[in-house]
Write a protein that binds this ligand. Structure first.
Ligand code: NAI
Length: 228
């Protein structure tokens, strides 16, 4: 399996889409799939799929397609999800609670094993959204990271605490941060950061909608009616 460090990020992102589609096909008891069929399902061209996969190695056979089980195994290996990851969460607030209630992470190999918060009223109590998890005080963070060999962390604290928490996580040995706070985290280059900001995504969506001709027309009509 190739991995030369020069693989474009969009190709890696699309691997997750391929994996999700392969899992659907596997659930339908399918054995083989062509790049065209995968492409049709994902609204991508078959050449895009072949090009993406070629970054990682030689998969599939011309005229026969891909063996679904084999390609699934290979993509999981590439993504590092052929193992189970222990994940911790900092911030047992609204977002943290909602995330901890989602059982889909475990199915993908991400096991939420510890939750931390600085609020003494929350510490020592089970999370309402996932009673298997007892909230621990943030002071326990470093020792738990080491004891439980945790390499991935979800950062769901307010913006003004996010950088300091990121710094502590990295110092403790965490190698990947999933950041929800609306700040650009400053971390060592060997630490992977994935940031999600739904407000930014909504802005992008509103931009795209605002650019469509039909929306521009409907806005003009709305403004005309308002003036009348
Ligand atoms: P919240 O106020 O409900 O929860 C934050 C939790 O973090 C609280 O339990 C608080 O006690 C804890 N906390 C604060 N400082 C801490 C520290 N130094 N150490 C440990 N725990 C600490 O806030 P909510 O709504 O859950 O949002 C959390 C973060 O997620 C915020 O930064 C917010 O802006 C962000 N957010 C991001 C979204 C996105 O799309 N990326 C969507 C919603 C929220």
């Amino acid at each position: 399996m190739k991995s030369d460090g020069n693989i474009p990020a969009p190709a890696v992102r699309r691997l997750s889409l391929y994996l999700r589609q392969l899992e659907v096909l596997w659930g339908d008891d399918r054995q083989k799939v062509s790049s065209r069929e995968l492409g049709n399902a994902l609204r991508l061209t078959d050449s895009q799929i072949r090009k993406d996969l070629a970054y990682f190695g030689q998969f599939g056979q011309a005229g026969v397609g891909y063996d679904i089980a084999e390609l699934t195994t290979n993509i999981r290996k590439i993504l590092g999800t052929d193992r189970t990851w222990n994940v911790l969460l900092v911030g047992a607030g609204n977002l943290g609670s909602a995330l901890s209630a989602y059982r889909g992470f475990a199915k993908k190999g991400f096991r939420l094993v510890a939750v931390f918060d600085s609020d003494r009223k929350k510490v020592g109590k089970p999370l309402a959204s996932n009673p298997d998890l007892i909230v621990q005080h943030i002071d326990e963070l470093e020792s738990q990271v080491k004891q439980r060999e945790i390499h991935l962390a979800i950062n769901a604290v307010p913006a003004d605490a996010a950088q300091q928490i990121a710094h502590r996580l990295v110092k403790a040995g965490v190698k990947g941060l999933f950041n929800f706070a609306p700040v650009n985290l400053d971390v060592d280059s060997d630490v992977a950061v994935s940031s999600v900001d739904l407000a930014v995504q909504l802005e992008q969506l509103s931009f795209q909608v605002s650019m469509t001709q039909s929306f521009v027309e409907s806005e003009k009509t709305r403004r005309r009616r308002k003036k009348q």
